[in-house]
Design a protein around this ligand. Structure first.
Ligand code: HSE
Length: 313
């Protein structure tokens, strides 16, 4: 049995605009890596946290009780009889406070790596509750719309009332996600505390209609129905002002062929869905709109069926 395992877990788009706390999409080619090694003693500890440059991360704590990867891995290791101690090295590929599911990616990579070192590893789906322990610590609420797609890949429906059950949804043919990360930050827990506790029946009816329509549109690859339903009338209006490039980037995206455009999670990242053939141009137009405001940014283009977490070595 190996003594060391590295797992990768992708970034994700929480809410996907239309499904607050219950819809999420995995992103390709951007994520966190966690290496778990058997160690003396018992329990889980963090050996190091590195940034993309390979240097020790300037902000993230190596305190085992403060890091989502170790919190999640410790929940699993303690519950499922991990033998020996476990030491984690975390390599962050997802920017912090970006709305790209950074804390979820670490939590998921942590449990997937730890799981591979258990005497009897669990099925991937069974890891969700443990990864959620880490996410709960970071965001101050129980929502799986980053953890579930990061773990399972693709487009996932994960209403809190159904957890731990989740549903991988069909994705439309020929549609990509473009994600823009501006050099701004939003603290998810803070953003969540600022949300109104209620909405009108009219808003609730509209949002239910959009969510049902969007899921159907994805399954049928119905481009015009995606365009008609990728909307958020409840949460986005409350958060839009906290991301100062949002309105300009969204206007540029919609003028350049986006089927819809909204905040990724609590922001500041902004995503758009678009037909594949327009994706590169859309990314350029969104970047230009952001940079015109003096805000640096980075974009990723991802298919909607990006894979979830996996063991690499
Ligand atoms: N659903 C969460 C929120 C995602 O919008 O607060 C946070 O990334």
């Amino acid at each position: 049995m190996s003594d060391s395992v590295t797992a990768f877990a992708p970034a994700s788009i929480g809410n996907l605009g239309v499904g607050f706390d219950m819809l999420g999409l995995a992103l390709a080619d951007v994520g966190d890596r966690v290496t778990a090694r058997r160690a003396d003693g018992d329990g889980v500890r963090v050996a190091a946290v590195y940034g993309l440059d390979g240097e020790p991360h300037p902000y993230l704590s190596a305190d085992t009780n403060q890091n989502t990867a170790s919190i999640a891995a410790a929940a699993l290791w303690g519950d499922k009889g991990g033998q020996s101690g476990l030491e984690l090295s975390i390599r962050k590929g997802v920017p912090l406070q970006s709305g790209m599911g950074s804390s979820a990616a670490s939590a998921v990579a942590g449990v997937v790596a730890a799981n591979a070192l258990l005497p009897e590893p669990l099925a991937t789906e069974a890891l969700l509750p443990y990864a959620l322990e880490g996410e709960k610590f970071a965001s101050g609420g129980l929502h799986a719309d980053n953890v579930a797609p990061s773990l399972l890949g693709g487009l996932v429906l994960c209403p809190t009332v159904l957890l731990p059950r989740t549903v991988n949804l069909e994705v439309p043919d020929g549609v990509s996600a473009v994600l823009l990360h501006p050099e701004l930050s939003v603290n998810t827990a803070h953003s969540r505390r600022g949300l109104a506790r209620g909405c009108t029946v009219e808003q609730w009816l509209a949002q239910q209609g959009y969510l049902a329509g969007f899921i159907t549109a994805c399954a049928r690859s119905d481009i015009e129905l995606i365009r008609a339903t990728l909307k958020d009338v409840i949460i986005e209006p409350q958060r839009a002002e906290s991301v100062k490039c949002f309105e300009d980037v969204r206007a540029a995206a919609l003028a350049s062929g986006a089927l819809g455009c909204s905040l990724s999670g609590s922001g500041p990242s902004i995503f758009a869905l678009v037909e594949d053939r327009h994706a590169k141009n859309l990314a350029v137009c969104m970047e230009q709109a952001c940079r015109a405001l003096g805000i640096d940014c980075q974009t990723w283009i991802s298919p909607m069926d990006a894979p979830g977490a996996r063991v690499e070595t």
